[in-house]
Structure formats: structure tokens, C-alpha cells
Design a protein around this ligand. Sequence first.
Ligand SMILES: [Zn+2]
Length: 318
Amino acid sequence: MLKKFLVVGVAVVSILAAFSSCNNIVGSTKKILNDSTEVNKEDDKLVQKQDTVKLMDLLDSLNRGKIVFPPLDSLNKIDPKIAKRQFRDSIYRELNKKEKHIYLTFDDGPLIGSRAIDSIATSKSVKINAFLVGKHANMSKRLKNDYQRYMNNPLVECYNHSYTHANNRFHVFYSNPDAAVNDFEKCEEDLALKHKIIRMPGRNIWLFDGTRRIDLSSGSQTADLLGVHGYKIYGWDVEWKINGLSGNPVQSVNEIYTRIKNMLGNKSTLKPNNVVLLMHDDMFQNKKGQALLSSLIDSLKQHKDYKFDFMSQYPVKY
Ligand SMILES: [Zn+2]
């Protein structure tokens, strides 16, 4: 049974590999692809293609380089749809056996709230990620101190969230990519950041190691230019939103916890088994907010296969 399954799986890898690169579609593989898609409408083709890209991504996280491709002729005997489904199930089963990686990321610090976050990271002994705004560290002696605390805590890694936070006028900021890149460079120098890792203010953009996801096109030129300058840009999978008026977290701890658990389960994060949670430092200014953060961490810690990681390790593959 296992052997048969392995054969099917390996064959599908070849089909997927053919899908992923037009140049690879040759001989019998091309025939299979044509047979299976000719009867479908354009929409179905698109869904299939997206499905395949997603599968390739899942497979990539399990190190597909180690899988040996069979002779192309053997593919004639397999129904691609069934084989694909079986193969996806097998990837899910493999991924479910592995550790899951959670990235707690806090934006806009140092702000009131940063000190408490720093203390919670230490008391709970979990790694956290701070995307800092350069000018905030220069706003007061207290915030300068809080920035230093983050920098000195081995459980905290500090990254770049720009110097000015685009003055919260994102469209204007990103309309001048050169000036925007300068702003990130100023932040890096001012805060003596060791990592070339960025989260763009007001944008959920990912750009690293061949992955490029743009949410709003007005940030794309700046993102690409940052990429040319050697930066990696990370967005988020889940956001724990902040109430603009009260400053408190919007969703309940259980809502965020369940969402993280579900997304890891159904592999709907950008990279399987890796989930990036966005929060903001000012959500945790008061005792109530701080208790919620502690409670979320406790809930996640109940899972022995969940690990808290630094964004500099993202994404963990196996
Ligand atoms: Zn921000």
C-alpha cells in the first residue's frame, strides 16, 4: 500500500513540476495535461493552476529536491486528479507530524506597551519579533530605554518598520520609492539594526527568496527596490486588530487562538506550518491588554508541537 502510494506521489511530483514550468512540458506529460484540461472551462484551469502552485509550495516545505522523478512514460497510467488529491493528503500528513512555527510580531514600537511586551517575552520564555519605528525611539528618554531593552533581550529580535512610519500617509510615501528606501535605511542606521528585515508600514507585502506577494500595488515599486537593496520583506497571516479608540485588542483571545490553530491545520498560511501573527505594541499598554497577550501565549503553549520563532528563521522547512 505504502509502495503504491509512493509511486503515485512521485508521479504527481513530475506532473506538478511540468505544471510549474512551461518549458518542462514534453512528451507524455504534455499529453496528460492536455487530456485532463481540455474538457474543463477556463475557470477550472485557473483553479487547477492555483491548486498546483499551492501544492508545489507545500511540497517545497518538505524539501522536494530529494524526490526522484520516474520516467515520463509511466505517467500515462495515472489519473492526475486522483493522484493529486492523494498526494496532497500525504503532504498534509507529513506536515502534521512536524513542529509548527509561530511568529509573534509587534509593530510600531517603541511605544507605551513595549516594556510590558518585553517583560512578558521574558516571563513566558518565548521569542518575539519587534518591527520598530526609528523616530519613536527618539521621542522620549523612556522610549529610548524601551528600545534598548528590546535590543538587549535575547528573546527579542528587532527589525525595520521605517523611520517615519510614512507619517501615516502611505500612498504618498510609496509614490517615491527612492525616498522610501532612504527612510528605511535611516531607521536601520539610527537603531543599529542587525537584520535586513522589513515590514512595510500600511502594507501586507511579502518579498523574500523568490516569494513576492503584493496587497496594494502602490507599494510594489518600493518593495522591489528594497529587494534590490538586499532586504527581505515580511507581511502577516493573522492580525490581532487594535481598537482605534480604546487601544484594546478587538478579537478575543479565543478567536485569535482558534484562527491560528485552524490556519495551521488547513495549511492556509503563506508558508505551511509557519504562521505570522501581527500585533501592535500599543495594544498592550494596560494590564487588561497585557493579560490577554499572556493568555494567548499560554493557550498556544499547550500545543507541544508549537514553537515560537524569530522572523530571521522564517520560513522553517524540513
Ligand atoms: Zn505600523
